[in-house]
Every structure is written in C-alpha cells, then in structure tokens.
Write a protein that binds this ligand. Structure first.
Ligand code: GDP
Length: 444
C-alpha cells in the first residue's frame, strides 16, 4: 500500500536525515522533492500547497535555528503534517445512539460499497459485539440485492429482504421496523450506485437520509481513483451531509492521493480503509499509524493489536508450555504457526507494518510471498500424522510420496524440512533459561 509515495518520501528524507546542519537551501531542496512526491501520488494541488507551506514554516523556524538533529526534526515535521492532513486522530463510528443505530452507505458503482457493507457488518459484530442487520435499497440492480444477501450470510448478519419492485423509501421504512423487532443494534442500509454523480441519485439518497435520519452517512470511495475520490466525496457532501468516508481498495493503491486529499477537500474524516476483497479486510483509519507506515517507520501498534485479536491464544499457550517443558517443536506445531500467520493476513500484510521492511531488497521480499506459506501448509497436510510428529522418519520414498500428494517437487519437501529444523533449533534456544533474550540479541 502507498509504496510509490513511501519510496519517494523515504528516499528524500534519508538524504536529509543524517545532516548535522541544515541550511535554507537544503530545506527547500527537500521540500521540492516532497512536493514532487505528493503530486506524483495524485494528491490534490491545494492540499499539496498547504502541506508544503506548513512544513516550510515549521522547518525554517525550528530546524535551522536548532543545532540538535535538524534532519530528524525535519522528518518529524513531515510526519506530523502527514498526520494532520489525514485528520489527526482516528474518528470512530458513533454507536452510542438508541438502537438500531442506522448507517446509510453511499458510493459510485464499483467503488466497493456492497463489499464494504458486509465488512462493516462483520467488523461491528466481531469487534464491537453488535447485532447487525443489513438491507439493500438498490432496486435498480436485482443482482446487487442478491450480492448483499450472499455476503450477509457469509458474515452472519441478519439480512432484511427487499425486491426490485419496492420503492427505496418503503424498503428503508420497513427495514427500520424489522430491525427494531429483531432487536438489532445496528442497521446498515446499502443504496444504489451510479456511474457518476447525478441529480436523480442525489435526490433519492437525500430523501433516504431525510426519512432514516441515520447516525452515520458514509461514502465509499475507490482509493485507486486518487484525488477524484476526494472530489466525488465532496460533491456528495455538498448534496447531503456525510459523517465520514471509507477508502476501499487501499490495498491496491500504490499512490495514496485519495488518503491524503479526502480530509482536506471534504472536511470529513476517513473512518476505515478497505484492505482486500475478503470480509475481514477492513481497518480503522489511524492517521498517525498510516503516516508512520508511509515514512517506512512501520506500524507496530496495528501489528500487535492484530496479533492479539487473531492469534489463537490457547494454541500459543499450549505451544509455549510444550517448548518450555523441553518437548520438541514438531511439524504439527509448524503447521499451526503457518495457520496463525495466514490468519494475520499473511506475510505481505505483516511486512507492510514492520519498520524498514520497505527497504528490504526486492529479492528478499519476493522470497517471502504468501503462496510459499500456502505451499508449505499443503506439503505438511500430505504427511501422515506419524511423519508430522516424527519428521526423522521421512526418507527418500516418503518424500516422493509427499511431493506427489501435495503437487510439489522433492526439493520443496526438503526445503520445508530444513526450515522446520531451523525453527526447531530456535525454539530450543527459547526454551533454555534466558533463551528469549538470547534470541532477540541474535536477531539484532
Ligand atoms: P459496489 O458496486 O460499489 O457495490 O462495489 P462492490 O462491493 O461490488 O465491489 C466492486 C469490486 O471491488 C469487487 O470485485 C470487490 O471484491 C472489490 N473490492 C471491494 N473492496 C475492496 C478492497 O478493499 N480491496 C480490493 N482489493 N478489492 C475490493
């Protein structure tokens, strides 16, 4: 995510970071590069102008006069300005109103609106422990209603039926009544998308807003459309007051122009990021964490939160007990570790949040692809329980059988066994007294 912008900015800032002294000229050179990076990222021009002016004022005021690490301070000023441009702090959904809290969702066709409705339903039920109902008022595309029904079943949200021959307003009113009857905490209303902003669409969604009086009216934009996303959101915001924006498809956006333009152009917060097609790929939007990620400083906080949420604690504890008792880390355990990693969104999503990972040589990054872990899982699945527990019995003919069963080659099986051995050695170190500290030292 945002790798082009990130590469350009980190390169520029690396040049200035180490300097013991900064002149006005150094600062203006760096600012020129930052400006270029933002423009290439498709950040809206007025936003770029304000950004550069702010950084310039602060930098000239503090950096040059202060002898202590002026380069570092410059980086901090850029970081803080990124945070500010994206809205300073996380703006959570307002869920305190009387139930059902109504969330109205709007967006252009293909932006990712219906997928986002399902993601949000899952997020609210899993993370906020809310009972969620969803309904589609998109009477123009029966396929859209069916799509929501399928997704609702997948995320276990209560789906309120609707048909193409009902009026959107009638659907909305009926849905509110049913949500109340069901004691739903939240009702998410999906609306019709259009190819472009048009009057009829605006009129319809405006009357839905009047009738429903939603607590949240969220506009879903496609991050890949850059500053256009911010302009479309603003056109909507002028017609009906939005409470926030969800940036879908941020996972595929190398530039970051939408993320950096939306707040400044619309005055409305980005509340969530869509990070993939799956229903769990929705992240709350934290400007400070994203700014750190953009500047290659990682986002360890999100990583820890994700680990706390997604790692199976009982299994982790069992493994820890087993290892401290001096038992061997076998291939079953290895399989569990691979699953846990997949649960956390795979290696690529984790790398994205690790400080400095962006600076890894491309070769090293490629070696860590998610397909590799899937393949490793399949190889282990092709072994017998006995082989998983006692990997030493795996001889040549067994290797051939395992390779055949998993659709891989014998060298792949060998590689996996070697990786397991390395992991086993590491676990052994951990199990010895003070092993953890030793291991950490080894990694530094
Ligand atoms: P709608 O017309 O706005 O309701 O759009 P859909 O929800 O049908 O989504 C359009 C396409 O975008 C689908 O193929 C989705 O799987 C995909 N999509 C939606 N959100 C994301 C996201 O956050 N990341 C990625 N990579 N794809 C997404």
């Amino acid at each position: 995510m945002f790798e082009n912008l990130s590469d350009k900015l980190t390169q520029t800032l690396r040049g200035i970071q180490g300097r013991a002294k900064l002149s006005e000229e150094n600062v203006s050179d760096a600012l020129r590069d930052v400006r270029m990076a933002l423009l290439e990222a498709d950040v809206a021009l007025p936003v770029v102008k304000t950004f550069i002016e702010q950084v310039k004022t602060k930098a000239l005021g503090t950096v040059i006069s202060n002898a202590l690490n002026p380069g570092e301070q410059f980086v901090k000023i850029v970081h803080d300005e990124l945070v500010h441009t994206m809205g300073d702090a996380n703006d959570a959904l307002n869920l305190a109103a009387a139930p059902p809290v109504i969330i109205l969702m709007a967006g252009l066709q293909g932006a990712g609106k219906t997928t986002t409705v399902a993601k949000l339903a899952r997020y609210l039920s899993e993370r906020e422990k809310k009972k969620v109902a969803v309904v589609s008022a998109d009477v123009y595309r029966p396929a859209a209603i069916a799509q929501l029904q399928t997704l609702a079943a997948e995320v276990k949200a209560h789906f309120i039926e609707s048909t193409a021959d009902e009026a959107p307003l009638a659907i909305a009113e009926r849905a509110v009544a049913e949500a109340k009857k069901q004691f739903a905490d939240v009702l998410i209303v999906d609306t019709a998308g259009r190819l472009a902003v048009d009057e009829a669409m605006m009129g319809e969604i405006r009357s839905l807003q009047d009738t429903l009086q939603p607590v949240e009216t969220l506009f879903v934009v496609d991050a890949m459309t850059g500053q256009d996303a911010a302009n479309t959101a603003q056109a909507f915001n002028q017609a009906l007051t939005l409470t926030g924006v969800i940036l879908a498809k941020a996972d595929g956006d190398a530039r970051g122009g939408a993320a950096l333009s939306v707040r400044a152009i619309t005055g409305k917060p980005i509340k969530f990021l869509g990070m993939g097609e799956k229903s769990d790929a929705l992240e709350p939007f934290y400007p400070d964490r994203l700014a750190s990620r953009i500047l290659g400083m990682g986002d360890v906080l999100s990583l820890i939160e994700e680990a706390e949420r997604k790692v199976d604690k009982a299994k982790a504890q069992k493994l820890a007990n087993k290892i401290t008792r001096g038992r061997k880390f076998d291939l079953e355990d290895f399989r569990d570790q691979i699953d846990q990693m997949a649960n956390m969104g795979g290696i690529s999503s984790m790398l994205d949040k690790l400080p400095g990972a962006g600076q890894l040589p491309p070769g090293a990054q490629a070696q860590l692809d998610d397909g590799l872990f899937k393949r490793m899982g399949v190889i282990i699945d092709s072994m017998t329980a006995h082989e998983r527990r006692f990997p030493d019995v795996i001889n040549g003919s067994r290797k051939q059988r395992i390779a055949k069963g998993s659709g891989t080659e014998v060298p792949d099986v060998n590689r996996l066994l070697k990786q397991h051995k390395q992991m086993q050695k590491m676990m052994k170190k951990v199990s010895k007294k003070g092993g953890m500290q030793k291991m950490m030292r080894g990694l530094q």
